[in-house]
Ligand binder design. Sequence first.
Ligand code: ATP
Length: 360
Amino acid sequence: MTATLEPVRPMPTAQHGPLTLTDLTKRYAPGLPPVVGGLSLEVRAGELLTLLGPSGCGKTTTLRLIAGLEQPDSGSIEILGRSMTAPFVPPERRGVGLVFQDYALFPHLSVLGNVLFGLRHLPRTQRLPRAQETLALVGLTVFASRMPHQLSGGQQQRVALARALAPRPALLLLDEPFSNLDAQLRHSTRQEVRAILRQSNTTAILVTHDQEEALAFSDRLVLMRGGHIEQIGTPQEVYAAPRTAFVANFLGRSNLLSGTASGQTARTALGLLPLMQSASGPVLLSVRAEHLAFCDAAEGVEVRILSREFRGRDASYTVQLGSQELLVHEAGGLLRPENNLAHVRVTHAATVVRELGGQA
Ligand SMILES: Nc1ncnc2c1ncn2[C@@H]1O[C@H](COP(=O)(O)OP(=O)(O)OP(=O)(O)O)[C@@H](O)[C@H]1O
């Protein structure tokens, strides 16, 4: 992976980002709630953005709308400042590359043939150099004459990536591209693809329902729920400061705890907790499972260990505090027996996910 790929398309200006979605709405059937409802989003040049959310929240539909494979009911899509929706621009004229989970390589064409296929619009003399340059970018030069079935899943996915990148799209759309790969290959392919996109300064949108993938891959992630954006931000921002109980639970494991806030602290069943943001009155707080720690009796509150699970790098304990069950993650082995009393304390400031007296 030593080659670089110079963009030939006009670089987006401050006014013309690679993609702007405004109030995008899509219903598959009249009368039913929209699958994508009033979604607005600005994607920045060279950004790796992830659409993350539970099954059926509208991720793939959003991607298909951007690609032109579906038409929105209302709202607009602009790519490099050009409207795709008024009038409707067909997929092949959008300058958008697509990579799907099933690679969709042509089985009867070699690796080089697959990459050349997407370059038919170029003058003949430019096609071969461009295909070779792109194969070098994805580290597959030595496999150019192989047939797809002679490659591993990860290599096939890199061919699919090369085929999508070769025309130098303004925007690359990746729909669950790693989900057909086993755990180890999935991890290494994800890292390789990320490095390739960075190196070619490609703007890309990844769809996934895998939170670990979204956290590792994205510059910003968009957490979707029921066709709308629940929260958008860098992975660190969204993980550290979930704005709603849904986000807190979807991204990582959180405990939701009620309390009474007064400025930067709240009184809860776990004692007086520091808060990430100030609030007053009744609140719902999120406390990450890894922000609860077992401790000596003098430092924490008493809980009963109900069950435990070994997870490799840590152990997960379900403990009972009064009528509430809490999740505690502890690094190291499976050290604590079930059905025993223990003590826990909170090690980090809690996040206010809802002020119960006022607005959400
Ligand atoms: N062609 C279609 N006709 C009717 N309903 C559809 C169609 N495509 C998707 N849907 C419905 O729209 C909703 C959103 O689907 P979509 O595929 O966008 O979700 P998703 O977030 O990508 O889910 P997943 O992670 O399971 O792929 C789902 O309820 C789905 O059943």
